[in-house]
Ligand binder design. Structure first.
Ligand code: SF4
Ligand code: SF4
Length: 119
């Protein structure tokens, strides 16, 4: 266990289906893209199980990731306008996925190894 380094991770947390956005987040997105909040809400969000979440795009590594992730560089394309939940995540000084990733990379002796999600 230790701290995490997002620059060495292919952004697993951006593959979560549940990336909740609130009105403030939508306003921030709208401003960033110079759109009306209603247009931004429609274009960038969807309702899933009663919650408003960010839309996804296809991804070679995790199957599906947030539409704002650059799938090549694995970086957020709207870093300064990203929703509050992305800003706060993972809320702890450690990241469970990063621990898993580092452990697997050590076992495989391959610092770029990515254990894949099955199914
Ligand atoms: S899964 Fe953890 S290490 Fe990877 S990008 Fe997200 S917070 Fe960073
Ligand atoms: S907005 Fe950026 S940080 Fe948040 S899930 Fe999407 S790509 Fe990741």
């Amino acid at each position: 266990m230790g701290t995490y380094d997002c620059t060495k991770c292919p952004a697993y947390c951006c593959s979560y289906e549940r990336i909740i956005v609130n009105k403030r987040d939508v306003k921030k997105l709208a401003k960033h893209f110079d759109l009306d909040p209603e247009v931004a809400a429609k274009r960038f969000t969807k309702t899933r199980e009663g919650e408003v979440v960010l839309r996804h795009q296809k991804d070679k590594i995790y199957g599906s990731v947030c539409m704002f992730l650059d799938t090549k560089t694995r970086r957020c394309t709207i870093y300064n306008a990203r929703p509050g939940v992305c800003h706060e995540y993972p809320e702890y000084p450690t990241c469970g996925y990063y621990d898993f990733l580092s452990w697997e990379r050590e076992q495989q002796q391959d610092e770029k190894f990515i254990p894949l999600k099955k199914g």
